[in-house]
Design a protein around this ligand. Sequence first.
Ligand code: HEM
Length: 144
Amino acid sequence: MAEDNPPLYGVGDASFQAAGSREGIFKLVNEFFDRMGSDERFATIWNMHPDDKDISRDKLARFLCGWLGGPKLYREKYGSIGIPRVHQHLAIETAERDQWLICMGETVEEQDFDPSFKTYLMEQLFVPAEAVRRRIAGLPKMER
Ligand code: HEM
């Protein structure tokens, strides 16, 4: 039956809906930052962020709404964005990329999302996370 088929994440706003729309995405991001700030494993990336984490929370949540096919809330408030560019000034190597992905993965796991969406979301997030790690212009494409 059609309703037994998983939604086609990535098509239209299916991912945005699967993440609980705006409310679900802000909840995810708030819990992501709460986790980052309360667990020593993530201290390096927590300390990289500006002191005012409320702005960081707002920026990431708004970005993810648009990135998941929902309304372009980041652009509405902060203008255009290039993910590698906004991380250009930060020392993000494999360890820092992995802190971010592990922190996000553990937070995603606790959400009331369909298991197939949890897997899809983490696979998709690996792509910009890896682009951030490789953000320094001139690096060879497949090494570092
Ligand atoms: C690879 C691991 C990552 C680390 C360690 C990291 C860390 C950071 C830090 C420290 C900032 C604050 C920069 C500042 O204000 O000086 C930031 C900003 C931001 N990050 Fe990341 N980030 C990572 C990956 C990602 C990914 C995968 C995304 C999106 C899917 C993302 C989206 C953003 C956004 C939207 C901002 C706000 C940019 C702005 O408007 O200033 N980050 N990140």
